[in-house]
Design a protein around this ligand. Structure first.
Ligand SMILES: NC(=O)c1ccc[n+]([C@@H]2O[C@H](COP(=O)([O-])OP(=O)(O)OC[C@H]3O[C@@H](n4cnc5c(N)ncnc54)[C@H](O)[C@@H]3O)[C@@H](O)[C@H]2O)c1
Length: 430
């Protein structure tokens, strides 16, 4: 934005200071806005004030401390009067009578908390992912009493690259009317280098859901290919790599399932609003079934080798490589299932700090284990050195590895003496 143009919005209240809200609030503060960050979680507010972030994201600590030290970012547990409000609270999926529903309770409680502060001319932006028409219906609810502006501005950042992508990615801004979209654009242009496209709020909501659904369906296709390749003795990884040499083909990777707060959740919001979402539903179901498919592979291997009282070393519980986020992680489902079958489990994840099951050091995790089950494609797993692999070999009881992400240096592990089984590799026999 041209810095000489007077900003209509000067004070912004960002509601929800998680993976999305905190970087956004800090970015705005560092670009001259007077920002109040609000989170109902007192511990989170305190830890932000003290500079002890519980979110691991490159550059975030510096960005947040810069924003707080400049005096432009204050954090607290309740909202206050502002010119604009940006809502970044969770929107999980919940199930009612076997049907998926977006749990909008966090959104509505955020809206209720800012309602007493709303004045004519205020702008509300929703960044949380929501089903189509949500923004419009909140606007109708609020605009009865006030003349407000409202927009939906989906967040499309990649965890691990949030700060870079916040600035560089193109943005979609969906206004309930043209004035709302223009006013929201004024705010985002202060820090976004990418293009900003304006549309209506329902289209913007659908765009966000389509982006994540596209990835979910593509991964489901890869997972289906993996199962088929197991059956017909083909290595799916090699087949996908070769298929992707076609100039118009881009198949994603198979794996133990899809996790995280977005791809494994958002497609359900389309299923919620339309009976036509048949492919989307079945892709979601297929991806949700992958942890059990992987457990089945593992159990077959244990049975084939007649391993009694097995111990399985799980490598990685983050939902994807190089992040500490375990939300909706396939690892959780795998662990729960194996424990329910009486199989002893130990867990190693060099990125994750807290988890609902105990985490162990690498050595403790593999000590007397029979199988290593690789669930997450962390860089650390890719880069094991030969002496480390040898040490793991001597610590284990049986020397079996099942790699669901094709992340290990298989030649190295095999040379050391491991039997390595790859998800979707029908060719890989003992
Ligand atoms: N994490 C991502 O990579 C990502 C990417 C794109 C979109 N999104 C969407 O953004 C939204 C937020 O996701 P997130 O990952 O930042 O979630 P998060 O759980 O990390 O953070 C949400 C924060 O909101 C707080 N909160 C809940 N209710 C509140 C209320 N009424 N008032 C104030 N604070 C409240 C929580 O305490 C929490 O700190 C979700 O809808 C998500 O789907 C997330």
């Amino acid at each position: 934005m041209d810095n000489n143009v007077e900003r209509r919005v000067k004070k912004i209240c960002v509601v929800g200071l998680g993976y999305i809200g905190l970087p956004t609030a800090s970015m705005l503060a560092n670009h001259g806005y007077n920002v109040v960050g609000v989170d109902v979680d007192r511990d989170r507010v305190r830890s932000i004030e003290e500079g002890n972030l519980n979110i691991v994201e490159p550059g975030l600590k510096t960005l947040v401390s810069g924003a707080i030290n400049s005096g432009n970012l204050r954090v607290k547990t309740t909202p206050e009067d502002a010119d604009a409000y940006i809502i970044c609270v969770p929107t999980p999926v919940k199930w009612e009578d076997n049907a998926p529903r977006c749990d909008l309770s966090y959104i509505y409680s955020a809206i209720e908390s800012i309602k007493p502060h709303l004045r004519d001319g205020n702008l509300i932006i929703i960044e949380s992912t929501v089903p189509p028409k949500t923004t419009e219906s909140i606007y109708r609810y609020l605009n009865n009493s006030r003349k407000i502006y409202m927009a939906y501005c989906p967040e499309r950042v990649l965890p691990g690259k949030i700060l870079k992508e916040l600035v560089e990615n193109d943005r979609i801004i969906g206004g309930v009317n043209r004035e709302s979209a223009e006013l929201a654009k004024e705010i985002y242009s202060s820090f976004v280098d990418g293009n900003i496209y304006l549309t209506d709020s329902t289209t913007a909501e659908m765009v966000k859901l389509m982006e994540n659904t596209y990835r979910d369906v593509n991964i489901a296709l890869a997972n289906e290919f993996a199962k088929i390749c197991e059956e017909i003795n083909v290595n799916v990884w090699e087949a996908i790599d070769l298929a992707n040499r076609h100039p118009r083909v881009n198949i994603l990777n198979p794996g133990p399932g899809v996790g995280g707060h977005c791809i494994s959740v958002d497609p359900w919001f389309i299923v919620e609003v339309s009976k036509n979402a048949k492919l989307i539903r079945s892709a979601r179901e297929l991806n949700d079934s992958m942890p059990y498919y992987v457990c089945n592979l593992l159990c077959k291997e244990l049975k084939r080798r007649k391993i009694e009282d097995p111990k399985v070393a799980i490598f990685g519980v983050a939902y994807k490589g190089n992040v500490e986020d375990t939300r909706e992680s396939p690892g959780k489902k795998v662990i729960k299932y194996l424990i329910s079958k009486g199989i002893s489990v130990s867990i190693y994840d060099p990125y994750v700090k807290t988890f609902e099951y105990p985490l162990e050091s690498l050595k403790d995790c593999v000590k007397n284990a029979d199988v290593i089950l690789v669930i997450t494609d962390h860089e650390d797993f890719k880069n094991f050195k030969e002496d480390e692999v040898r040490e793991i070999y001597y610590l284990m009881r049986n020397k079996i590895v099942i790699d669901t992400r094709n992340v290990l240096n298989q030649d190295l592990w095999r040379n050391v003496g491991f039997y390595v089984k790859l998800l979707g590799d029908g060719k890989c026999k003992l």
